[in-house]
Design a binder for this molecule. Structure first.
Ligand code: SDX
Length: 432
């Protein structure tokens, strides 16, 4: 990284502090403030980390102004058109597009590690039938650390790779078990002869008493959605995985922390919230009332699936997903799907409203994905679980990058303290 320098002037003392800045291969410079407290006795303040780079990474690049998303330098649109999810997973994990033999070996490894320990399956019986699947998935993934604590020496690159393959292979099985438990159906074991998305569909929708035929369009739609959801730089859940992993915690526990962070409606939970919002809006005639609510500062209602911390242009993933929406709905003969029609109209009206235009609030990855999931027969409560399946690849890639960094340190932010200054203890019978 080349070094630039910035000067910071203390206007009270006229002292000038010179700060090094680093230039990435693309994207904004970063000003290195790591020595600021030692030199100036001051912290920087950036709630929500709007302008703070927490790490150096070579995995994913986003240009929010231009609506650019690249995995290891490959534009996500090209990967969506030409690649498949496991090839993208190998790219994100290893940094290069795999050769044919590397891809075959990676795919074989993943598809032959899809079973979970039978004891782990029994964990699901401990959940009430209507437990939210994200609660089940985060709980069971965290419990995997109890099964693999003996083969997770995170300083050992081989152990780290075994972990990576295991969790990417098994997360669909955990997701399917959560789904089957929630609908009271028997668990369907994974099959090594199917591909990643076909196997997931089979575990979701097959039943012991009947044949199940995998719809290739459904498998194609899932594969595309997984490619688009695989990674996204230092988002909330990925930063959570990095922070949890930075303490040296068991990697399954770090991934479970990521699942929990993803669940929030401001993050991965938005896809479920979008469908519930569309159902609440109900008809196009009611759209103006809800756009008004979204603009009202006194109303907590927000247009779910709109806005993004980084994209101040169209989320490139939303554009691709909207096209896939048409294809899936056409395929299942649901061309005039009322929710899709409503979503298209809502998008059109919002993008013609000054509030959304001025605040650069465009549809994001979550706006259309739920419509596809619902069209595939996946219930709303499972939408964020689908996001977690895909994002597990990104979480693992970032965890590996962090753990392998020789200069890596435990993450420990500071604060601006505005609480009480020192005061003495008062006995309980002296208090008023
Ligand atoms: C994901 O980080 C990632 O990369 C995430 C993700 C990934 O792949 O990992 O891309 C996946 O999480 C996508 C985002 C899904 N969430 C939603 O769709 C929920 C609705 N969106 C908002 O909650 C919001 O836009 C966020 C959380 C996405 C972004 O929040 P920010 O960056 O903190 O922005 P903000 O809340 O400060 O909003 C800026 C302004 C505010 O108005 P002012 O106070 O400046 O007057 O825009 C307004 C907000 O009120 N605003 C919205 C809005 N989103 C922002 N107003 C109405 N509806 C919205 N959806």
């Amino acid at each position: 990284m080349t070094i630039k320098r910035y000067e910071l002037k203390n206007l009270q003392t006229n002292d000038i502090l010179t700060l090094d800045a680093h230039e990435g291969s693309i994207g904004p410079d970063v000003i290195d403030i790591s020595g600021l407290y030692a030199k100036e006795g001051a912290f920087t303040f950036d709630p929500g980390f709007v302008a703070t780079a927490s790490c150096e990474s070579k995995i994913t690049f986003i240009d929010g102004e231009k609506g650019v998303l690249m995995y290891r330098g490959y534009p996500v649109g090209q990967l969506a058109e030409h690649s498949n999810f496991l090839e993208v997973a190998a790219l994100l994990l290893y940094g290069e597009l795999p050769t044919r033999s590397q891809l075959d070996a990676f795919t074989h490894s993943i598809m032959h590690h899809t079973m979970i320990n039978e004891t782990l399956l029994r964990f699901f019986n401990g959940f009430h039938y209507d437990a939210h699947p994200m609660a089940m998935v985060s709980g069971v993934v965290g419990s995997m650390s109890a099964f693999y604590h003996d083969s997770t020496d995170i300083s050992n690159p081989e152990h780290r790779e075994i972990f990576a393959h295991r969790i990417i292979a098994k997360i669909p099985t955990v997701a399917a078990a959560a789904y089957k438990h929630s609908i009271g159906q028997p668990f369907i074991y994974p099959r090594n002869d199917l591909d990643y998305c076909g196997n997931l569909l089979n575990m979701f929708f097959a039943v012991p008493c009947d044949d199940y035929e995998i719809d290739p369009i459904a498998a194609e739609a899932l594969d595309l959605l997984f490619i688009l959801h695989a990674d996204h730089e230092q988002n909330c859940s990925t930063s959570t995985v990095r922070l949890a992993g930075s303490s040296g915690a068991n990697p399954y526990a770090a991934i479970a922390a990521g699942v929990s962070a993803l669940w929030g409606p401001a993050h991965g939970g938005a896809n479920e919230a979008v469908l519930r919002m569309l159902e609440t809006i109900g008809t196009t005639a009611d759209i103006p009332r809800f756009i008004k609510k979204a603009k009202d500062k006194d109303d907590p209602f927000r247009l779910m699936g709109f806005g993004h911390r980084v994209y101040k242009n169209y989320d490139p993933r939303a554009t691709i997903i909207r096209k896939m929406c048409h294809k899936v709905l056409e395929r299942i003969g649901d061309n005039d799907n009322p929710l899709f029609e409503l979503a298209l109209k809502l998008e059109e009206m919002a993008l013609n409203d000054d509030y959304f235009v001025e605040k650069k609030l465009y549809p994001n990855v979550d706006f259309y994905s739920g419509i596809i999931y619902e069209a595939l027969g996946i219930p709303k409560s499972m939408f964020t679980v689908m996001f977690a399946i895909a994002r597990t690849v990104g979480w693992v890639a970032h965890w590996q990058e962090m753990i392998a960094d020789p200069g890596g340190r435990i993450g420990r932010p500071r604060q601006l303290y505005t609480g009480p200054t020192e005061r003495d203890y008062v006995a309980v019978d002296q208090r008023v």
